[in-house]
Write a protein that binds this ligand. Sequence first.
Ligand SMILES: [Zn+2]
Length: 501
Amino acid sequence: MKYPNAKKIDLERKTLLPGFIDPHSHFGMVSNTMGQVDLNPEPVGTVTDIEDILANLKAYKEANKIADGEWIFGWGYDDGELAEKRHPTKNDIDKVLPNNPVYLQHTSGHMGVANTLALEKMKVSADSKNPEGGNIVRFPNSKEPTGLVQETAMYPFVRHMLEELASKQAKFFDTTQQYYAANGITTAQDGMTDRNTIRFFQAQADAGKFYIDLISLAGYSELESNLKDSTLHFKTYKNGFKVQGTKIVADGSPQGKTAYFTKPYKSEVPGCTHDCRGLPSLTQDELNKLFVMAYDKDNQLFVHCNGDATVDMVLEAHRNACIQLNQPLDKDRRTIVIHAQFARQDQLLKFVQYNMEPSFFTNHAYFWGDVHVENLGKQRADFLSPMVSAERLGLKPTNHSDATVTPIDPIFTIWTAVNRVSRSGAIIGEKERAKPYLALKAITSNAAYEFFEENFKGTLVEGKLADFVILDKNPLKVKPMDIKNIQVLETIKEGKTVFKK
Ligand SMILES: [Zn+2]
């Protein structure tokens, strides 16, 4: 017998698939949510209006006995899903928590709301100028901040929040890992990791704490120093953890109207009066420099961009770097365009020519499909995350949750890729509805390719790692709308069961 230690198992009509590979989420942020107030609307949470947010904040302070003066953080609120259809203001939050600095992260991850104490602590006032690439939103006809800070204006708040939450990282580490494993994921991702957190993850790995694999993408602000650091070995696993490449954030989010488009938004954009197309987070020049620096050292890039104008900037940065460094345009470097949500057909063709791959985000069709139709018009909304068109051109698209932006659940991601049904029941882009097989490839074989792991993960082939997920039903056989009810029964990493229902 070829494998004397092998055991034959009767699956009893259950379905065995390659373990799910997470093309893009934020392991660290998922872990952080475990120390924050949940302000999500259904189906993730229960918030329906601003009163609910205030009630949850108040209850959290009381239940956790948080003293006055200590920071309180919330996550997942979505103005588009609140009855009031607006962001809470500092005045709203002050009503229930006047004596604690409070910062609430918007579900997009691109903005948040602070109360009066938090604004004071971060030194944001009527006199503050908007930082480059960001916006401090003000009350009408006034310089007074409402509390809403967008893009680079939110960075000090997020930085402070991460510092406060870092002390709790070890406490929530295993719960987070178990959460990924329970979702059938055998390779997880942390979609933007600073050096301290890279050290933390590596220490956990070296102490034997990982039973699934974790891939980090290092932050672009540390690219130069990371490339000089001889202790950092990109693309190489050590005890279940590796830093694969570098994450660049090139624009904002379409639902937050901070994604950067070639054509204007069709609805009002806060803080903008003319030609409102959103904004890039980096200038073309800054982007060019990062690409040259990375390509010169064969560092894999993962670039967050949503709007088509940002995709144009990324394509230009790629072309420029190849010319500067005298490298072929189509070298196998697998630059990944993360989200690529509103990439146009001509840009997909450029991805083929430049040997880039898109990592799409079809969960948007459900969560914000209706909002995109309103803000961008039906034609642009229908072509969001065009899985079918991309595959037809020979690309290997992946599809992600961007958790905590949407729930990590890969089964739900398959469901949105296949059905593209919005919250209101509208179909967002009939022609881009993926076959279940493509939706599965996007979180298995194509995802393995995204990370140069196709030789040992992503398909059920002799010689690859025994990373499996067992489901109660077959996604290729059930009715498309029933896919979301499929249950993960067991997750197996390198032959060992790491989750069992
Ligand atoms: Zn992300």
